[in-house]
Design a protein around this ligand. Structure first.
Ligand code: XIL
Length: 346
């Protein structure tokens, strides 16, 4: 009995000292991230949470000047039947962005994931269906949404074109067509191609840059590239990330670090965040922000974080494990990584 008590007490002491140590890594005050810089600092949001969680809403308003809908504009949600659009949540988010004077980053028009059944099993003219989807979304928010992710994740890590239903039914030129249709629907919108692993897979990066060059040479508008930046504290290396970001210096493309999160528990499988992991995460966030900040100002579109707090991260649901990849903890207090972001700007 005594032994059990002793064990329990030492566990509690150890746990609370660990928590205290992590607090020591928070060596900055919570300020307003977007006010510290001239490029966009954005966040992925859900309207539900804005409505139901005051603190969440407060953070979105005070820290960020750009929002990306985390789910509301994905085809399966916004376009559930061929002639049915579910505009409600997207409309409310767009209205919120206008009222609060935030930019809105539309995401994502053409993707192979999260498609409604009717689209996947379409039997009539794919080209018309594809065009209608793009035009419907872009024209509805013309003048209200400044930028769109037009095509998402079209390349494989080896640089080949992913064999999506879009490629199968429309052909390899579907990317070109998507940008063409989006720009017809809103000639003033900034149009982005968005993908992951661009920092770790040079072939993928090359393929994306080549595609952008080709579109430009055809006179088709493409303004920027979104590097999703779902990374871990260990990988890719700092050097890989720095080089990948730097490679945009040679282009006239805008860069959007579009879905930043830094996972820490993919190999470790700990039950709670540790001092070491939070320290490393803070360092990684700093490296990324610093590398981005060094780009010439013409290349800097912005950095968006993929969720407000660790309680909101997609990683927990998607990979079914404990994770703490964001800048705020579950209680919506700033983490060491928040200070890493601030330091990266200094
Ligand atoms: C994810 C969202 O975070 C989830 O809530 C949703 O269920 C699925 O999509 N790459 C992307 C994002 O471009 O749209 C994905 O977002 C994460 C991976």
């Amino acid at each position: 009995m005594k032994l059990k008590l002793l064990l329990l007490v030492s566990f509690i002491v150890l746990f609370s000292s660990c928590k205290k140590d992590i607090q020591k890594l928070i060596d900055c005050n919570e300020k307003s991230l977007y006010k510290l810089t001239t490029f966009n600092v954005g966040v992925a949001v859900s309207y539900d949470k804005i409505i139901n969680n005051e603190r969440y809403k407060e953070i979105v308003k005070s820290q960020f000047n750009s929002i990306t809908p985390e789910y509301a504009m994905k085809a399966e949600f916004i376009h559930p039947e061929e002639n049915v659009f579910n505009w409600d949540e997207a409309d409310q988010l767009v209205d919120f962005s206008i009222k609060e004077n935030k930019s809105f980053h539309g995401h994502a028009l053409i993707w192979h994931n999260h498609l409604p059944h009717w689209m996947e099993n379409y039997t009539a003219d794919w080209n018309i269906m594809f065009r209608n989807h793009i035009i419907a979304l872009v024209s509805r928010y013309k003048g209200k949404i400044k930028a769109w992710d037009v095509v998402n994740e079209a390349f494989e890590d080896d640089g080949s074109l992913r064999n999506t239903i879009w490629k199968q039914h429309i052909g390899e030129h579907y990317i070109t067509l998507a940008f063409q249709y989006a720009s017809q629907a809103d000639p003033d919108a900034l149009l982005f191609y968005n993908d992951y692993n661009l920092e770790s897979k040079p072939r993928k990066m090359e393929a994306v840059l080549k595609m952008a060059k080709e579109l430009k040479s055809l006179g088709i508008q493409i303004h920027g590239i979104g590097m999703q930046m779902h990374v871990s504290f260990e990988y890719p290396t700092d050097r890989q990330i720095q080089n990948a970001i730097k490679s945009f210096e040679q282009t006239n493309l805008k860069v959007h670090i579009s879905e930043l999160d830094v996972v820490v528990n993919s190999n470790t499988k700990v039950e709670d965040p540790t001092f070491h992991l939070m320290k490393e995460q803070k360092k990684k966030v700093k490296i990324i922000v610093e590398a981005f900040n060094k780009l010439p100002s013409e290349n800097k579109y912005g950095i968006s974080i993929w969720g407000v707090s660790d309680a909101d991260t997609w990683v927990r649901k998607e990979f079914g494990r404990k994770e703490w990849p964001l800048l705020y903890d579950e209680n919506y207090s700033i983490k060491p990584s928040y200070c890493g972001f601030v330091e990266g700007l200094e």
